[in-house]
Design a binder for this molecule. Structure first.
Ligand code: PGA
Length: 259
């Protein structure tokens, strides 16, 4: 299988609303673990308050945010712009996470506007897509995810530069934080469908876009998930808060590269 040289593995931790300054020690431990795994790209999407300090403390991983505003600047009390993230040392941002779609009312249109603003601010975007359990049970999972993807990509001009700055995370909502993970064929099928939709929307450059799986990834299931076709990495919530567990997931990605 020759997909590997084209797309480096990417393991991204999503700390959500966790982490005080004392947690920077764990960030540094993760940075060290990443240094030892040269075939794997690693990023940590941190709370806004830790981004600047973390970006200064690391050398081998990228630092990211977990959200940004649709507008580049303005009278939006309490919000953070993509340019502010970039200025604080973030390289990337998670957008469209289901917790934001559900808790903060982010529609496909809002996610699309955030995506455009983040890309024009120089950030790499990890765009999250995923279905509810009822949608999967009704056989509608692929339709839902394709629809989210198509909405988000509307208005973007295909180019190698866009492909370099975009990753997709498939995160079934029912798998997030639950310990439930889809069967391997279901993950592979969804990633194949996303790859196909990307090619339709963006042409040949889409083949370099990385597709991550997220939802209850841990050090036990990571090796099997990361081996699946069209899975180029993982978006890891809970297990990324513990540097040893996250390091084991990074190592699993490295081992697959070495095999
Ligand atoms: P989890 O979260 O790994 O804790 O399931 C993943 C995510 O929400 O990105």
């Amino acid at each position: 299988m020759d997909r590997r040289p084209e797309r480096r593995s990417w393991i991204v931790g999503n700390w959500k609303m966790h982490g005080l300054r004392a947690s920077l020690a764990a960030v540094v431990e993760i940075d060290r673990a990443a240094q030892a795994c040269g075939e794997v790209d690693v990023a940590l999407a941190l709370p806004f308050t830790l981004i600047h300090a973390a970006a200064q403390a690391v050398s081998h991983i990228a630092i990211g945010g977990q959200n940004c505003h649709t507008q580049p600047q303005g009278a939006y009390t309490g919000d953070i712009s993509a340019a502010m993230l970039h200025d604080s040392g973030a390289d990337c941002v998670i957008l469209g996470h289901s917790e934001r779609r559900l808790d903060c009312g982010e529609t496909d249109e809002i996610v699309r506007d955030k995506l455009h603003t983040a890309l024009s601010s120089g950030l790499t975007v990890i765009l999250c897509l995923g279905e509810h359990l009822a949608e999967r049970e009704a056989g509608l999972a692929e339709d839902k995810v394709r629809q989210q993807l198509t909405h988000a990509l509307t208005g973007l001009t295909p180019s190698p530069d866009l492909a370099r700055h975009l990753a997709i995370a498939y995160e079934p909502i029912w798998a997030i934080g639950t310990g439930l993970v889809p069967e391997a064929p279901a993950i592979a099928a969804m990633h194949g469908a996303i790859r196909q939709s990307l090619a339709q929307a963006l042409g040949p450059s889409a083949r370099t876009i990385r597709l991550l799986y997220g939802g209850s990834v841990d050090e036990g299931n990571a090796p099997a998930i990361l081996r699946l076709a069209d899975v180029d990495g993982a978006l890891v919530g809970n297990a990324s808060l513990d540097s040893a567990r996250f390091a084991a997931i990074i190592q699993a990605a490295q081992d697959i590269r070495d095999a």
